[in-house]
Design a protein around this ligand. Structure first.
Ligand code: GLN
Length: 303
């Protein structure tokens, strides 16, 4: 399969979509990103890389970071994490408050914001310097020591992060956040502000396409844990659009409000796409279409 030709064709075809949708404005530093940026990268399980657009340009990975903190928590905290966070799709927005109150402070899944706060808090109990642990982890996974936090974005998140503060304090009130709220949120705002390119991302999530082994062959998680992370991406990775994404893409995917989406075809390849303008559910408009075209044209799907 000539992935290079496939993604070059897709890049041309989705161009008219750049003008549609909205760049996330509730985090001011994200609103400044030009909406005509587009990139896509594909890394096959045997190591062949295809890229199109600005695939080496770092962008704010936002909620894609929830994959990395969950992976670290599964490694360091283990199965007891599931006492504090569920594994069901939320059917609500990623930053919804109402569901959390009804469900007594147990977030539906690790990929909504409240779930990510619990994951980060759990990780911090085992790894108090979670920010450093996370940065070292994504640098190792991507093989790129230049991966860094974008401090401007992190500050912008903190300044406008009152919804996240509300979620975190509510978790604390329910006894499901044990650390210091500000310390947990500092890690959360930084993880969202990780700046990575599509090439960094396909390498960093390659372990999910390779039964838990990273690009260098080293074990990141067990094959069973990789299966579970993929299952969570499939059912919960794109917020309340997860059903629609399964329908349209047919592969596990995780998005972020920076306009990035990562996806995997287990056993075959990892993909990353970036286009900043979002649809109403907070998923990249051109990014979703690009992945839909990719799975349609290549016939690759988990279904
Ligand atoms: N930093 C964003 C927030 O907390 C991340 C959300 C996202 O990418 N869905 O609102």
């Amino acid at each position: 399969m000539d992935y290079q030709a496939v993604i070059d064709g897709i890049a041309e075809e989705v161009r008219p979509l750049f003008a549609r949708g909205r760049v996330a404005a509730y985090i001011p530093a994200l609103a400044a990103v030009p909406r005509d940026r587009f990139a896509m990268a594909v890394l096959t399980a045997d190591g062949a890389l295809a890229t199109t657009g600005c695939a080496g340009e770092p962008f704010s990975i936002q909620s894609i970071s929830k994959i990395f903190t969950l992976t670290l928590a599964l490694r360091h905290v283990g199965e007891k994490l599931w006492k504090r966070v569920g594994r069901e799709p939320s059917g609500s927005a990623f930053n919804s408050l109402v569901q959390l109150e009804y469900e007594h402070g147990i977030p539906r899944n690790p990929f909504i914001n409240s779930g990510a706060h619990v994951v980060t808090d759990s990780l911090m109990q085992e790894r108090p310097y979670a920010r450093d642990t996370l940065l070292a982890f994504v640098r190792e996974l991507s093989g790129n020591d230049a991966v860094a936090f974008d401090e401007t974005v992190a500050r912008s998140e903190a300044e406008t992060g009152d919804r996240n503060r509300s979620l975190a304090y509510f978790l604390k009130a329910e006894g499901n956040l044990t650390g210091d709220v500000d310390a947990v949120l500092d890690v959360y705002f930084h993880q969202c502000a990780l700046a990575m390119s599509c090439v960094d991302l396909v390498r960093a999530i390659a372990f999910l396409a390779r039964g838990g082994r990273g690009v260098d062959g080293a074990r990141v998680v067990s094959a069973g844990q990789a299966k579970r992370i993929n299952a969570l991406m499939q059912t919960c990775g794109t917020y309340d659009a997860a059903g629609e994404m399964a329908f349209r893409l047919g592969i596990p995917a995780k998005s972020g409000v920076g306009g990035g989406i990562v996806a995997v075809v287990p056993g075959k390849l990892s993909i990353a796409v970036w286009s900043p303008a979002l649809d109403k559910t907070g998923n990249s408009l051109a990014g979703v279409r690009a992945l839909e075209l990719f799975t349609g044209r290549t016939g690759l799907t988990v279904f």
